[in-house]
Design a binder for this molecule. Sequence first.
Ligand SMILES: NC(=O)N[C@@H](CC(=O)O)C(=O)O
Ligand SMILES: [Zn+2]
Ligand SMILES: [Zn+2]
Length: 347
Amino acid sequence: MQTLDITRPDDWHIHLRDGAALALTVADASRYFGRAIIMPNLTPPVRNLAEASAYRQRIEAHLPSSGNRLLPLMVLYLTDNTRPEDIIEAANSGVVYAAKLYPAGATTNSDSGVTDIDKLAPVLEAMQSHDLPLLVHGEVTDADIDIFDREAVFIDRHLKGICSRFPELKVVLEHITTADAAAFVGEAPANIAATITAHHLLYNRNDMLAGGIRPHYYCLPILKRNTHQQALIDAATSGSPKFFLGTDSAPHARHRKETDCGCAGCYTAHAAIELYAEAFDNAGALDKLEAFASFYGPDFYGLPRNSDRITLSKTPWQAPEQLPLGEDSLRPLRAGDTLQWQVVPHE
Ligand SMILES: NC(=O)N[C@@H](CC(=O)O)C(=O)O
Ligand SMILES: [Zn+2]
Ligand SMILES: [Zn+2]
């Protein structure tokens, strides 16, 4: 039996939601991950330290009393009304580890996002001087830009400008989906990094659209063609410290995805490290998984690497058909299908 022993990984991009959903999402996230960057796109969003602290307490109420305890790293949601003082207070708190830029209307719960990125300059200045990383949902929202081009256009129109105007600002381009993004980040200075999801490593748009439309593969940024998928696999397995694990696990009730106008987001937290192991195994690069999953994220954020370990074994198992999300249920990625890797419990 093939096994793989790695330092405990962290998830640098996850949606836990709130309320009753936390029972599922916190249990799944805390099973193997040491820390998680908690996305702030609630309704209303997490806009300041007080809201981040309150949200962290609601998450902590669901942490298991024994076994691994997840450390939630909170994130502020930038709006048109965010003030530099909000940033400074958060950066000094030990609770908030980043702030997130959602262009207004770009993705799920981004209505309160930023409408004019140029006006964010004083906030970005404060983030740069207080070493608070900027996390970016990098897509333009212009109706005349094709949905498959929105990430590449965002890099050209906005990200390049932000990076040159704030050369010391730490920036994470979240959930990258294109060869353009992988190349931009790969060639940028060390303070520019990217997260990559398991589903963007495992799938391309054919998996979502060929032979029938599969709403559970629909997420934003949308899956691209296979050449982009290959560029992401190459980046994740390259050994470059600029690319690290961020699941973007994003739960939506099944009836909100299987409908006329379905929500964007794939739920992968039920089998996150297992799905990454499969993607790295498929690429013949299992030896690169540990650094991607457990080293480069904390190194970038200036945090210590986890000191304990987990063990994966190549033992096929069946993913659940559905999971309870509060009063609703959700279909996790690969529902009912065979997964190749599982985590072996340590004594
Ligand atoms: N990725 C998604 O498709 N959805 C995320 C939002 C996001 O990360 O863009 C969600 O909150 O559902
Ligand atoms: Zn996003
Ligand atoms: Zn996300």
